[in-house]
Design a protein around this ligand. Sequence first.
Ligand code: ADP
Length: 247
Amino acid sequence: MSDYILTTQNLTKQFKGFTAVDDVNLQVQRGHIHALIGPNGAGKTTCFNLLTKFLVPTRGRIFFNGVDITGEKPAQIARRGVIRSFQISAVFAHLSVLENVRIGLQRQLGTQYHFWKSDATLRQLDARALELLGEVGLRDWADEITVNLPYGRKRALEIATTLAMEPELMLLDEPTQGMGHEDVDRVTALIKKVSVGRTILMVEHNMKVVATIADRISVLQRGAMLAEGSYEEVSRDPRVMQAYMGT
Ligand code: ADP
C-alpha cells in the first residue's frame, strides 16, 4: 500500500472564472497529522469542500488509498472513511451528549440498523458511545444536554461523533477556532491522541497548534500551493513569511 492515503492531482476549482483552488497537488501521508494553512481566502475551505465532494472540482483528480474518487458522491466518500468534522451546528443541541454519539453510530450502521433495531442493539450502541466519550474525555458529560456543554467540550463532542463514523482520514475544520488557551491545549492534546491509527488533515489558524502537532504542513496562497514541509521548514520560508505579513 502506498504511503499516501490521500493525493490530489491538479485539483482546481473556479467560481465564474475566479480560481479559488489552483492546480493543487496535495499528498497526505498515512498516519500523519497534516495541516493546511494559509491566509484568509487562500482556498482552504474550498479544498475541503472538494475533497468531500460538497463541491465538484472544475479540473483535477482526487485519490484515496490509490482509488480515484473524483467521480464519487459525498456519501460514497464518507463510506470509504473520509469523515469531516463539522462545526458545532452539526451536533443536535437539545439531545444529550450520549444521544449525539449514538446517532453517529447509527449513521455508520446505515440501513442495517433498521433491520436489527432492538434493545440489545441499543445497549451495544450506547456501550460503544460511552467508550468513544471516554476517548475524548466526555464520559462524565454523557447525560448532559449538548447545549449546556462548554464550548471546548462541544468541539470534543464533534470529534467523538466523527470517530463514531470510523474515519480512516479525519478532516478537521479549524478545530480550535474561538477557544481560550486552556481549551486549545486540551483539544490539541485530544487531536494528537485520536490521531493514533488514523490520519488527520486539518485546517488550522493557530500556529502554536500547528507547531505542536502537525507532522507536515501545506501552505496555500491565492488558491495555489505556496510551500510544504515540516513546521521548521515552512516557518523559515521567506515566501510564507511574506504571505502572512500580507506584503
Ligand atoms: P479560506 O478557507 O482559505 O479562507 P475559501 O476557500 O473560503 O478560503 O475561499 C477562497 C476564495 O474563493 C475566496 O476568495 C472566496 O471568496 C472564494 N469563494 C469561496 N466560495 C465561493 C463561492 N461559492 N462562490 C464564489 N467565490 C467563492
